[in-house]
Design a protein around this ligand. Structure first.
Ligand SMILES: [Zn+2]
Length: 413
């Protein structure tokens, strides 16, 4: 009996390995699968037939190398099931419906620059957005695997509760998983926003095609926005840490006597470099510069003011932005010294809106890290504003391809 169970487990493990290899590589051949997995050609052939029979993958035949030769490749059947990914941000909440290859079929964006009378009103906004994308896509409701949500941290991921987000206090202690599961009837996965973005970048962003595709690798996503945060993928898996605070990059100390941070500590990276820190520093400097064009506006500055002035070659705003980038570069050199990830992706408003920011960060990071080692690959996010919804949906897909898929295999044992 025990031996039989072990055999079934091993069979399912091999099936998942083949399926997830195809998923990660977008397409795969029998020969490529045999080399990558170490399984025999016959075993691969049998597993592929099973996966095709379950409609999890499809087989494409293509002309290859002329002379009428055909190459057979395998890909995930992207229309087998669908996911909903939600990204809740201080400014906008995005709700998207995706297929199993991370393609967005429908997306709804709702402004967060409105007063929500209570948490219920916000939940209703999410529920109607979810219903809208399902309806507009025209998919059958049974084909939706679940809903992934990226929320501002800190988060109790196990119970899906948003804790005390400093930038959106209205959401404090919202048990989002429980409420959405009740209202929508699907499985709901709640995860910190920067973690879902990192996951999106790993699967579909600049991270997906790099490196040796056979290997799982490490990726760090660093978000430099009004706040600063990060998400870490270690060996292909999301790393949330022992107490869900891994990747709290904004709260590493840069200056022990520095300005007070909203976490209670002094001189955190977020207190020195974030969009909020940039605005605070600009206001302080403007008090001494009554001739400056932003002097009159100093009590009501918004981050766009800073970018506009920097674009006009204004020295004050440029020096504040450069200083902010310098600290982020120092912090990233520390990150490289500890983790040495293959890929570092940078995103967020300061990276996107001030072109020199990225160059300063990479130069500082590379010049301050341990000398002699090869340079790490550092890039600006290419998924941009969609990284969050794509990653949130992929967390649902990942659970399917690694856990729920076993139920299908068992029926087909
Ligand atoms: Zn802090």
């Amino acid at each position: 009996m025990g031996e039989q169970t072990n055999q079934v487990q091993l069979k399912n493990f091999n099936r998942r390995t083949v399926l997830n290899y195809i998923r990660k590589n977008k397409t795969a051949t029998k020969a490529g699968l045999a080399t990558a997995t170490g399984l025999t050609f016959m075993a691969i052939k049998k597993i592929l037939e099973e996966l095709e029979g379950l409609h999890l993958i499809r087989c494409d035949e293509m002309e290859a190398g002329g002379m009428g030769r055909r190459a057979v490749t395998y890909a995930v059947n992207e229309t087998y099931r669908y996911t909903v990914g939600i990204h809740i941000n201080k400014f906008v909440t995005s709700i998207a419906l995706m297929d199993l290859r991370g393609e967005i079929l429908e997306v709804e964006r709702c402004s967060m620059q409105q007063e929500f009378p209570n948490q219920n009103a916000f939940v209703e906004l999410l529920v109607s957005g979810i219903e809208k994308v399902i309806k507009k896509s025209g998919i059958e409701k049974e084909k939706l695997l679940g809903i992934g949500v990226g929320v501002p941290g800190p988060v109790d991921t196990e119970n899906g509760i948003i804790l005390t987000p400093p930038n959106i206090p209205m959401l404090s202690y919202l048990p989002l998983k429980e409420i959405l599961e009740q209202k929508c009837g699907y499985s709901v996965y709640v995860q910190k926003d920067t973690n879902v973005i990192a996951f999106g970048e790993y699967w579909y962003g600049d991270g997906s095609g790099r490196n040796n595709r056979n290997d799982c690798y490490d990726l760090a996503y660093v978000d430099v926005d009004m706040g600063i945060g990060s998400g870490l993928i270690i060996d292909g898996k999301l790393n949330i840490g022992a107490n869900s605070i891994a990747g709290e990059f904004g709260h590493i100390t840069i200056d022990i006597n520095g300005p007070l941070c909203n976490c209670g500590n002094r001189g955190c990276l977020e207190a020195m470099s974030s969009g909020i820190a940039v605005l605070r520093e600009l206001k302080a400097q403007l008090e001494k510069e009554p001739e400056h064009p932003l002097y009159e506006k100093r009590e009501n500055l918004v981050i766009e003011d800073v970018f506009k002035m920097a674009e006009k070659k204004d020295l004050l705003t440029i020096s504040i932005l450069n200083q902010s980038a310098l600290y982020v570069g120092v912090a990233i050199s520390n990150l490289i010294n500890i983790l040495d990830p293959q890929i570092i992706i940078l995103g967020g408003i300061l990276i996107q809106k001030y072109p020199r920011y990225f160059d300063i960060v990479t130069n500082v990071a590379n010049s301050r890290k341990v000398k002699g080692a090869k340079e790490n690959y550092i890039a600006v996010s290419k998924l941009g504003e969609n990284a969050g919804v794509i990653g949130a949906g992929e967390i649902v897909a990942d659970n399917f391809f690694n856990e729920k898929v076993n139920e299908l295999f068992c029926k087909n044992a």
